[in-house]
Design a protein around this ligand. Structure first.
Ligand code: NIG
Ligand code: FE
Length: 418
């Protein structure tokens, strides 16, 4: 985390600066030295545009490593059901929950889903988020899953927010399937090959949870995904300990997500994987613990003590996490999981980049990396989580272009011209 405190005035050799050229960071540091480095690279520093964010705090563009971006409808009625004591998995087993969103999503037009995607991506951008993982999983039949991934690719092309697509055909067993095992076969035999052949997903995910997909079913799906070129990631131990963390370690998954109910064996498995040099990122999603109420907060401090890298995501979805506000998640992680502001910011930048396999190019302010930057209207990085739920973003650069400025999201054409 780089806190560029603007005590020095821009244009002064000691002011802090980041130089960007053709979408990449070329130098970071005191302005005098940045100018020298730019000159040494053969570019006249006086020809560069100057964006003065004096007094701001700079971070890398935030990365949201776990969202269910595309869906239709909303599920506010479940709040009342849960208040009266119904459980999340009980609502799902009765054909509600995820399955009710599947029905709404299948019935929505492409234009409706795209409009929904644009609306929430634009909100994410306004919160400083420049890269977002987006799962399918509200289609649950081959054509509907392919459609969600195709629309995700379309939104990624539109920009400016970059999307990382994950295939989550194994999100729930749809009501029209002949049963759980038959549906697992459909995911493996029909959905995965088409997804892989079209090259529209980078990861394969499964909801490994008691009463949804068990460890053996999740393993078969993720192994089939691996064989088709999709890296595994996993909804693991969200509500009950189900062996998800162990499975993530066994398969060298990019991340194990939720972990509210992870047990000692699960912790040990993730700890060993980290020590053996193939860390599985623990992606914690504190909004769902807050919204579902029953879910325990993940043992974030225990994970960090075991050397397991922690990332944070919104889990944006209409059931367990109706929020697209990643800085609010940073606040929740400090307040309910015991992370320091620096740890929580690392969790939504470089560690989130690791969770998406983007650690070489994203998530850090260093020469050579993609120029995804946020200038926050606060003087210390601790104030980012401190002002709960506030809009603190002054400026966002995506690939070196101004994507958002003082409350105004640039439209895609503007961004392309900047
Ligand atoms: O990560 N747990 C599974 N999937 C989502 C919730 C999806 C939904 O309720 O629609 C989650 O919490
Ligand atoms: Fe999720």
């Amino acid at each position: 985390v780089a806190s560029l405190r603007g005590e020095a005035t821009a244009g002064h050799p000691d002011a802090l600066a980041v130089a960007v050229d053709r979408g990449r960071i070329v130098a970071v540091g005191a302005e005098g030295s940045v100018r020298q480095q730019v000159a040494a690279s053969g570019v006249d520093p006086d020809t560069l545009d100057l964006l003065d964010v004096d007094g701001a705090t700079l971070t890398p563009g935030l990365i949201d490593p776990h969202t269910h971006l595309l869906f239709a409808g909303s599920r506010e009625r479940e709040w009342e059901l849960r208040r009266r004591g119904q459980g999340y998995l009980e609502i799902l087993a009765a054909g509600g929950g995820i399955l009710s969103t599947v029905e709404r999503t299948r019935a929505a037009t492409d234009e409706e889903l795209l409009a929904h995607g644009r609306r929430w991506l634009s909100e994410m951008l306004g919160h400083g988020v420049t890269t977002v993982e987006a799962k399918s999983g509200y289609g649950l039949d081959t054509e509907s899953e392919l459609r969600l991934l195709r629309l995700t690719a379309r939104l990624d092309q539109e920009g400016p927010v970059e999307l990382v697509p994950t295939f989550l055909g194994a999100h729930a067993v749809p009501t029209d399937a002949a049963g759980p095992d038959a549906y697992v076969e459909t995911v493996i035999q029909e959905q995965l090959p088409r997804v892989a052949e079209q090259g529209i997903a980078r990861f394969c995910d499964a909801f490994c949870e008691q009463g949804v997909f068990d460890v053996d079913q999740s393993r078969r799906i993720l192994q089939a995904g691996l064989a088709a070129g999709l890296r595994p990631r996993l909804h693991a131990d969200q509500i009950r300990a189900s062996g998800g963390a162990q499975l993530a370690a066994e398969l060298r998954a990019a991340s194990a997500d939720h972990l509210g109910a992870i047990d000692q064996d699960g912790m040990a498995a993730l700890g060993r994987a980290a020590r053996d040099g193939h860390a599985v990122i623990a992606t914690l999603l504190p909004a769902s613990a807050l919204v579902l109420g029953t879910e325990r907060p993940a043992p974030a401090r225990g994970l960090i003590e075991q050397g397991i890298p922690v990332a944070l995501g919104t889990d944006f979805n209409p059931g367990s996490a109706p929020t697209a506000n990643l800085p609010l998640i940073v606040s929740l992680a400090c307040l309910t999981l015991g992370l320091t502001p620096a740890e929580a910011l690392v969790a939504v930048t470089i560690n989130a980049a690791f969770a998406l396999g983007l650690e070489a190019s994203h998530g850090s302010l260093e020469p050579g990396r993609q120029a995804d930057l946020v200038a926050w209207q606060v003087r210390t990085h601790e104030q980012i989580p401190y002002w709960l739920g506030a809009s603190l973003v002054r400026l966002v650069l995506k690939r070196g272009r101004v994507a958002y400025h003082d409350g105004i999201a640039k439209d895609a054409d503007d961004v392309a011209r900047t």
